[in-house]
Design a protein around this ligand. Sequence first.
Ligand code: C2E
Ligand code: MG
Ligand code: MG
Ligand code: MG
Length: 291
Amino acid sequence: YAAKQRNDGAVVYDPAMDKSSEKSLSLLTELRNAIERNEFRLHVQPKIMLDTGKVVGMESLVRWVHPERGNVFPDEFIPFAEQTGFIRVLTRWVMERSAELCHELASKGHHLKVSVNLSTRDLLDQDLPAKFADLLARHKLSPGSFCLEITESAIMDDPVRAQTTLERLSAMGVDLSIDDFGTGYSSLAYLKRLPVNELKIDKSFVLNMENDVGDSKIVRSTIDLGHNMGLRVVAEGIESEAVWRLLAKMGCDQGQGYFMSRPIPGDQLIGWLEKWQAPIAIAAPDDIEIA
Ligand code: C2E
Ligand code: MG
Ligand code: MG
Ligand code: MG
């Protein structure tokens, strides 16, 4: 039954909570079934060098094809999956599919680093480094073929434990990235001590940076901050050639965005790679002003 804690500590029955917990229970059941029924899809979005247009990596982004509701986007179920702990099952699924795809691409001559998103729960899993080592061994992949993306808030949930896990992963040789940089509450003093290789600028600063002087200043400062800390800097949310050129001029290393490609089903990536042509003259854009 549904119970609610009162201010005085007593527990009262709350019919409204019955409904919501019923709903949660059925969503959890649906998620569990989704694995068995093969309803998750691995989509990937290419990661591209902004000076040369070369494709160097891809980010795995999960999709759920629900039998009645159709395409369900991660923002609608990842937070719930995190609350319930289901995320560990999902992360495992995404890791396996990513490793398979990475291996297949490499066998066809495309050596791309694959980025996988981790959540707080994954970081708190003491066995994560061992599971990851096992995954690499089974798929005959080097640790350098993976990048693990973690948000600031996932780290700040339990900074001490996160640091331990990240140090163990880093020692194995995997790349670590801070995702959605600039939107969380991490302290720079803390970031300085983390063994990360990459900083990803959140798309909210990138989407409209060619028209918004404030955004463009934040992006430029973040690129400089990342480089001063010895990190690779990646921008997400590049929707136009103008933004690409601006970022290239600011010295941003890599980028992702709808301008290059939306996230596409993993099995379509080879076809996309064969057709991909970087817009010409990206490398020498001396004709634009930086705000
Ligand atoms: P994220 O890791 O920051 O991923 C970037 C999001 O920005 C993706 O949304 C991507 O489709 C979107 N994006 C990329 N380029 C553009 C662009 O040019 N314009 C716009 N408007 N959006 C762009 P998506 O796929 O809906 O994923 C949302 C979030 O869900 C991800 O944010 C990530 O935090 C989470 N997520 C996705 N897949 C997984 C997963 O397998 N595991 C975990 N733990 N989280 C995941
Ligand atoms: Mg990400
Ligand atoms: Mg991000
Ligand atoms: Mg994001």
